[in-house]
Design a protein around this ligand. Sequence first.
Ligand code: FHN
Length: 439
Amino acid sequence: MKKRICITALLLLNLYLALGQTDYTPSPENLENRAWFQDAKFGLFIHWGVYTTLGDGEWVMQQQKIKTDRYELLPDFFNPQQFNAKAWVKLAKAAGMKYITITTKHHDGFAMYDSKFSDYNIVDDTPYGKDIFRLLEEACKKEGIKLFAYYSQLDWHHPDYYPRGKTGQDLGRPESGNWQDYIRYQNAQIKELAENYDIAGFWFDGYWDQNDLKKAGKPYEDFDLEATYKIIHGVNSGLLIGNNHHLAPIAGEDFQMFEKDLPGKNTAGFSEGSQIGNLPLETCETINHSWGFNLQDGNHKSFSELIQYLIKAAGNNANFLLNVGPMPNGKIQQEHQDLLMQMGSWLQENGESIYDTRGGMFQGADYVSTEKNQTTYLHVLNTDLNTLSIPFAKKRIKTLSWFDDGKPVKYKIKKNVLTIYLNEAHRDAVDTIIKLTLK
Ligand code: FHN
């Protein structure tokens, strides 16, 4: 009997967590900011830290098992003389991006902003000595781009991140520590980011480091997310909070992100527990294969792959947060700049079918649709098709026209199937867009 009660309690707890949002009521300002977020559609993710100097990605400390006392030599090599915050923000804007999310602290524990709670930061501990987060904040304000702070709750450097989670073992830290002291430290940094910088919200990561132990039935520590969220919303109720915990939304969160997958999919393995909630959605992906700068990674995605991912994200009612890993000198690789500019040109011509839209009624192997103002934008992503047949239950079409020149599209409806004739003249190598309105 006792076992059954425990199972019931666990099921109820999971139901409560799955529903999330039970004791959090977003403020009117927060709801307004969520609507802005959903309209924005496209953002720039930036992974940049002292790990960049090694050119082997942002997990180098863990992967090369670099002990903390050796890793602490790295900040002295970080001196990005060619960093230009204005240039980064202008590039994001030219790419058609509406916001930037940058790592203020990644798992290595090094703060890329002027933290008052640790000298292990870019101002106090590098020859560069400038607060790049402040410089980006100022440049974003000038260009009308919003700024989000990525913050890793997982910390491979702080001695009080103890007991360790799934990662960060054998890095030379004492086998002791006070978890609540770490939580107090983490919350103090988060609060100073919320209070001292004009940001639009937080992108949390690293929760899974402890939660994966919990899922394996092993001892784990709890981050007490709702307490942290209450601190943030206590500073500014309008701040948008998202957490890459790979779970369904938790009370206090304002958007839900998916890593390397469209909402509801799990091809990359990060979204096993991420049932789609009722929050604004975002998917994040790398422009090559790495988040942080990796000298060996020349696997840049094609323009077509990237723009089609943006279109599919919008068709799935989600934003696309596209990541670059700037180099140690502060420059974004030319190939990545070129790809971002190409995406910006495409959006200048076709942005009407992406910005301010929501996911549409059509979705299939070769097509998705977006919707706004009673108009459906059908995006056909396969250039080999002469006709496209779509299940179409008894709706009455008012207009069906080519997006590029407004001319009527040839179609027929038979037995609840809409067949569209994709003539050669209008077929586009990346995305053939058709506008549909209903009577
Ligand atoms: O471990 C991190 C990784 O370095 C990167 O920051 C990604 C971005 O979504 N998040 C974690 C992996 O899930």
